[in-house]
Design a protein around this ligand. Structure first.
Ligand code: HEM
Ligand code: HEM
Length: 177
């Protein structure tokens, strides 16, 4: 049986902030890494982009399962619209991380690449080499990554509003201690 907790536990906090840290590295790598051309093997920046991306995918799945098995009650000071909107944004964050990582994985698959995660274990591919599908999925990866960034912006703005405008304890719920 699962019980409703009043605050986030250590595991939820570690998972939340690890994913934040990995995303903070992942976006600059994505933007700065050289464009890939057909027939070209992925270089080190792409290998790290894919490896970190798959790590984010694994962590968001663990985090989601953890959330389902360790539900946390909303902060009592929140009014109805804030409860609803935070719930919607949190769900959309999970969905966007899934969409971004899965479209990236499909893109790498359609390119027919074979690469090792962090140069250690081979990444299984989701599909075989397919140039037309690769073109289509490239646009989706970009759309997903920008939607995720927009949601993170909304989520961060809400956190700042709780600190500086509402001055309640919402931010404290996700901080260590
Ligand atoms: C949440 C995690 C991820 C984020 C935030 C992210 C972000 C990005 C960004 C910012 C770019 C540059 C695209 C542009 O020029 O606008 C990019 C490209 C790319 N990403 Fe990701 N990515 C993620 C996960 C993944 C994963 C898991 C894979 C593969 C397994 C992947 C594969 C690729 C590939 C192949 C490209 C190159 C696309 C191209 O050349 O146009 N990404 N990603
Ligand atoms: C940019 C800095 C960030 C700050 C300051 C921040 C802050 C917070 C805070 C204070 C909460 C608790 C809200 C509540 O109790 O209702 C929370 C929850 C959450 N955050 Fe963030 N966050 C940040 C980035 C991110 C990012 C990048 C993601 C993307 C995956 C994310 C995903 C979530 C999710 C899904 C929840 C809901 C927790 C649950 O699963 O129950 N956060 N965040």
């Amino acid at each position: 049986m699962t019980t409703l907790c009043l605050r986030y536990g250590r595991t939820a906090k570690i998972l939340h902030w690890t994913i934040v840290g990995l995303l903070a590295v992942q976006y600059p790598i994505g933007w700065l890494m050289p464009d890939v051309h057909r027939g070209q093997a992925p270089g080190a920046p792409m290998t790290f982009h894919v490896s970190i991306g798959i790590a984010i995918l694994a962590l968001i799945v663990v985090r989601f399962v953890w959330r389902l098995t360790h539900p946390v009650a909303p902060e009592t000071s929140l009014v109805a619209w804030q409860r609803l909107s935070s719930e919607v944004v949190h769900w959309m964050l999970y969905i966007s991380v899934l969409a971004t990582t899965l479209t990236g994985w499909l893109f790498a698959s359609f390119r027919g690449w074979s690469l090792k995660l962090f140069y250690l274990v081979s990444l299984p591919m989701l599909a075989s080499d397919n140039a037309a599908a690769g073109k289509a999925i490239d646009g989706l990866h970009q759309a997903a990554e920008w939607s995720l960034l927009a949601l993170i912006g909304i989520h961060l703005a809400a956190a700042l509003a709780h600190i500086f405008v509402y001055r309640d304890r919402v931010m404290q719920r996700m901080l260590p201690g």
